[in-house]
Design a binder for this molecule. Sequence first.
Ligand code: ZN
Length: 157
Amino acid sequence: MAKVESFTLDHTKVLAPYVRSIGTEKGPQGDIISNFDLRLIQPNMCAIPTAGIHTIEHLLASLLRDRLSGVIDCSPFGCRTGFHLIMWGKPTAHDVAVALKASLEEIVSSIEWTDVQGTTAVSCGNYVDHSLFSAKEVSKHVLEKGISDDPFSRHVV
Ligand code: ZN
């Protein structure tokens, strides 16, 4: 089977919350795509409740695009401790961490339920499984700990 970088990371050595560059890939036309690990919760300590991570996903889809150019996709990890962020070009982990911090601050301070996009049976695959309350509490927890732009030593942005 193909080797996947994410599974070679020693998840017992990282210090969440952090943003980590997983790597870059170059397409046949020379375009570069970057893949980031946005780790909100310390691995194997706990996990974000599904309704909360679902609402954070819907919010980051727009809040990160408001702050970063070249966002392709931001999707939750199955382990529910964070997200993959796929982007055009080669932004730095620092730039992504700053944008993630500002996005979570907006979730905590000013986002209301009517701001969450895609919360109907037409626009979401499981629209009953959302929690803005959970999204706000998780975001508060992450901001209290601070987001590092280095996964192995605390360098909070
Ligand atoms: Zn959804």
